[in-house]
Write a protein that binds this ligand. Sequence first.
Ligand SMILES: N[C@@H](CCC(=O)N[C@@H](CS)C(=O)NCC(=O)O)C(=O)O
Length: 208
Amino acid sequence: MLTIYGRANSINVRKVLWLCGEIGLPFEREDWGRGFKPTSEPTFHKVSAFGVVPVIDDDGFVLRESNTICRYLAAKHSRADIYPTDLKARATTEQWMDWAATDIYTAVRPVFLGLQVKMAPFKDDKAGIEAGIKEWTRQMQLLEIHLAKSGPYVCGAKFCLGDIPVGLIVNRWSTIAFEKPALPAISAYYERLTERPAYRQHGRNGTP
Ligand SMILES: N[C@@H](CCC(=O)N[C@@H](CS)C(=O)NCC(=O)O)C(=O)O
């Protein structure tokens, strides 16, 4: 049995939940993290000492890092349709996963924690929030150009694993209130992803 440790409102846990929904993988989940049982508890440390969610236990195999977990599960269940075995197609998928976790997420984080969660010290860091909005917007404009030219999904014609982290950032972008430019290709992408039941359940579900 697959056990997922982590609260269902975490963007990183949602990557794994969406993937499981997408490929029909059964799992059990325990709520850990902000607002639930703290990951500083010794019980959690027995699973992972790193103190962040998600972590999975797949029949005794313990793994952390949301993108790695998604790649592991997709590969384990032979889902070459969304995680290609062709080297270049696979690298293209991974490129979007890495971008979503690094370049753009660095900008998303202070905005989400400051404006939405209102967590100290982010909530009082006006300059940090403004810089985050500016860079997040710039990164979204790059995504807009890419989707308009090479979409409709991040890897091209078909949905891929890269759409999972990117789709969750698009949902966060769309649900947090601040001034944004019109990005029609991203809006169309958001609607296209919404056709997927697992995205409606774990992505576009009202939670930023
Ligand atoms: N690089 C890690 C980041 C994990 C992470 O930062 N998780 C956040 C939730 S999105 C967390 O555990 N926060 C602490 C908490 O909820 O207690 C991953 O992708 O899995």
